[in-house]
Each structure stands twice: as C-alpha cells, then as structure tokens.
Design a binder for this molecule. Structure first.
Ligand code: AMP
Length: 216
C-alpha cells in the first residue's frame, strides 16, 4: 500500500499513522518528525528548517522534496509507505507522482482527515509531547497519568514550539492556501478518502479501514 495522510495540523495524522503503519506493515514517513529530528541534532537541514517551522511556514520545497526522495529510495519503501505531512502543496504532489511514475508505481489512497478549525485550535493548545521518547498526549482525551510526565518513559512533557496559539493561526492559513487544494487534486484522481477526524481515534481508524476496502 502507498498511502498519503492529508489533513490540517492537529487533525490526528500522527495518531492514525501509528495505527495504519501497524495494520499494513509499511514505514511511516513524517516530514515533520524528520525536521524535528534534524533540529535536535543541529544539522544544516535542521537549522534551515527551524526558522520556517517556528513561524508556522512551510520549509522550502528544495529542501523538503530532497529529504522525501532520499527516504523513499530506501529499501523498506519498496513495497509501500505511509506519507504523513507530505505533500503539502501542489508542486510537492506533482513531484511525488512523477517520481512514482518513473518506476511504474502510483499512490493507492490519500486519506483526508476532516476537522474544523475550532476543534484544531483546541486540540493544539492541549497537545503535549514527551521530550524523551516523542510520545504524543492530549490533555483533552489522552492525558498522561501524572501531570507533565510521560507514561511510557517518565520523560518530561512539553508544548511543541509551533503549537503555540500565534503559530497555529499561521499554520492553519498555510494549510488552507497551500495544502487544501490537494484535496481536489487527489479527488480528481479518484483515490481520495475523506473521513471525519473529529470522532475518537479508534472510530476514525475503523472509518479509514472501511473506506480503503471500498476503493477500486
Ligand atoms: P508537522 O509535524 O507535519 O505538523 O510539520 C511541522 C512543520 O514542519 C510544518 O508546520 C512545516 O513547517 C514543516 N513541514 C513538514 N512537512 C512539510 C512539507 N511537506 N513541506 C514543507 N514544510 C513541511
């Protein structure tokens, strides 16, 4: 399976990615995670990406596309992959299609998680990440047992820099202007699945699975 996860920031892509990856046994490729890892390791890519991410802007295509092309060329992506956070604009989508075409492959499905801005803003304000293992929590529906501490590893929880309210507004507008047109792009190709991302994570996952089964 070659799947793309689409949806505004905070729509639950990461949460669904864990479930989809497990179900289909495909690698989960999150460009956001790749950038955050580079930022943590102070690489050249990380330093460049940080200035955009902290403002809620997209990292330039020249950097992002190269990273994804390199990752997709790895052996574990040969029979399938789950892209989370890529593509985020039309040029990225076109490069992805052309790259796959060259090797006679194509995307099987694009899963679009539909969530209103109002809910997104609430979710982002309550998202907490473990500074040690990267586990994600939400104080609204997946609270850690002890305040500020990761259930899994005891690490300290923090608020992602780009989840701060002033940055979230920018991220939502970037999503609307640059990423949302991809919904129509993939709809025209007949591979778009839109599910309600406001239900529980388990219900949303079941909806994704049944929609995938209905694809031709
Ligand atoms: P995410 O974790 O997917 O919300 O991504 C966090 C941030 O990384 C985004 O707000 C962008 O600044 C950057 N980013 C992630 N994926 C891309 C992409 N495909 N193109 C450009 N920037 C990206």
């Amino acid at each position: 399976m070659r799947i793309v996860l689409l949806g505004s920031p905070g729509s639950g892509k990461g949460t669904q990615a864990i479930r989809i990856k497990k179900k289909f046994g495909i690698p989960h490729i999150s460009t956001g995670d790749i950038f955050r890892d580079n930022i943590e390791r102070n690489t050249t890519i990380g330093m460049e990406a940080k200035s955009y991410i902290s403002k809620g802007l997209l990292v330039p295509d020249s950097v992002t596309i190269q990273i994804v092309e390199n990752r997709l060329a790895e052996d574990d992506c040969k029979d399938g992959f789950l892209l989370d956070g890529f593509p985020r604009n039309l040029p990225q989508a076109e490069v992805l299609d052309k790259g796959l075409e060259k090797t006679g492959k194509k995307l099987d499905a694009v899963v679009n998680l539909d969530v209103t801005d109002e809910i997104i803003i609430k979710r982002m304000a309550n998202r907490r990440i473990c500074s040690s293992c990267g586990e994600s929590y939400n104080l609204l529906f997946s609270k850690p047992a002890a305040d500020g501490i990761c259930d899994k590893c005891g690490g300290k929880l923090y608020i992602r820099e780009d989840d701060k309210p002033e940055t979230v507004v920018n991220r939502l507008s970037v999503y609307r202007n640059q990423t949302f047109p991809l919904v129509e792009y993939y709809n025209k190709k007949g591979i778009l699945i839109t599910v309600n991302g406001e239900d529980s994570a388990d219900k949303t996952f079941l909806d994704i699975l049944s929609s995938l089964e209905r694809l031709p």
